[in-house]
Design a protein around this ligand. Sequence first.
Ligand code: FAD
Ligand code: SF4
Length: 496
Amino acid sequence: DGTPLWLFGDQLGRHFHATPENRGRDVLLIESEAALARRPFHRQKLHLVLSAMRHLAGELGDRVTLVRARTYREGLARFGRPVVVHEPGSHAAERLLAELIEEGLVEAELPTPGFIRSKRDFAAWADGRGRLVMEDFYRDQRRRYAVLMEPDGDPVGGMWNLDRANREPPPRRAALGVPRAYRPREDDVDRGVRDDLDRLLRARRIGPVGVDGPRLFAATHDEAGRALRRFLTTRLASFGPHQDAMLTGDWAMSHALLSASLNLGLLDPLAVVRAAEARLRGGEAPLNSVEGFVRQILGWREWIWHLYWYLGPSYLDRNALDARTPLPDWWRRLDPSQVSARCLRTALAGVRDRAYAHHIQRLMVLGNFALQRGFAPGALTEWFATAFVDGHPWVMPANVIGMSQYADGGVAATKPYAAGGAYINTMSDYCRDCRYDPRVRLGPDACPFTAGYWAWLDRNATRLAGNRRMSRPLSGLRRLTDREAVVEQERHRERY
Ligand code: FAD
Ligand code: SF4
């Protein structure tokens, strides 16, 4: 079939365009100005997507047509030939495709190779289950794709999950001390992108979100391959133990920094999983690290994708804790200068400077703060999707609405990820030099996370009363002698 293939900006790797079915097709890429300007994207995120698309156009040469148009529809009309396209990554794009098929601009929608399991297979697994549990899904994935499995059907090492070995606090050093992650070298394509974005910014067609900086993440299949190999060789072995730890002077720790490449479709997720598994077989990395990493991709990433489709668009409107606080201006502007809380300040500065924060900063600092302060989950979802280099519509709802804000009432997580300063103090070096004290909940030194935790619990005590995993914290709340004073203090707190 010689029908041309239209690739969205998150479908840019060889597992999309170089498969036996697609190799003979011409390729269409559309740079849609409406898609760029529709939402307040971080500068470095816009840069990465444009750079990746233009690099692919350069790589594929005569085979590709890159159309710059106001909208996708206009781009397709200008291209002038019907196309096929792989499943997109959002409900909005899915609706658009249905219209384009109706209008004859798109001939057919093909399954996506961007994820390991198909939607139909996921539905077959999920239908009829009482509760959807990620750990059950993950084990099914391990068996189905024979990853980290013994021939007799047992998991390698006799355990499915080695999380217990992966919750070590950080070492008492400024940095983890692992080799630096891969850094791409910018080229003429990047310079062109930077000029174009400067022009759009001057014309106020895009917002000034985040700072510009050298491109940190891969824009091509080859760069992403180098980033992956460097991670596997130098950082995978230490990925496990400090997965949940945070250090002020080490923004990357042993994290893979591969989410942007995976989400742009530059890396094939199953190939990444198999490459990590091979390092275990080669004795280069221990099981707790390899299993931890495999779970992130074969488990979590797939889980989040499938929940997005399986739970449908209405999931985005969930607000089980009735949280309605608008996002503060300093938060939206990524302006840490207003913030004294060292943990929050560090995470926010990281987002401003790199459009990135690692998982525990997202969950236990940014997400935890938003949960405690009752940020509206829809607005927060939008913020994460636009401010982060790896943010895409499909990845937000289960991570933000579900995991981090508990706005789905317990579908994605069995209990809210709310924690006070004691947790942050154990898992980081932030509190040492902070203006607040994680042990204090009342008065000028009261840690906004510690006091904020109790105030949040007080506000939601009735809503959470039915959750067995919350019974201990709730009885702690009842024993709190200064409960009213803490709640009152946090209600009026203006500075963090
Ligand atoms: P590592 O920690 O090294 O993990 C390896 C890989 O596993 C990642 O590259 C990623 O592809 C995958 N992964 C792990 N957990 C998840 C998950 N929960 N969802 C999806 N993929 C996962 N991830 C995004 O890709 N985009 C987002 O916009 C995003 N927003 C998040 C918002 C919140 C509030 C939370 C709690 C998590 C979010 N995540 C998101 C998941 C996770 O934090 C990032 O994937 C991870 O921090 C990316 O950095 P890394 O590549 O160094 O990951
Ligand atoms: Fe964050 Fe509280 Fe620790 Fe300061 S004392 S770094 S605000 S947890």
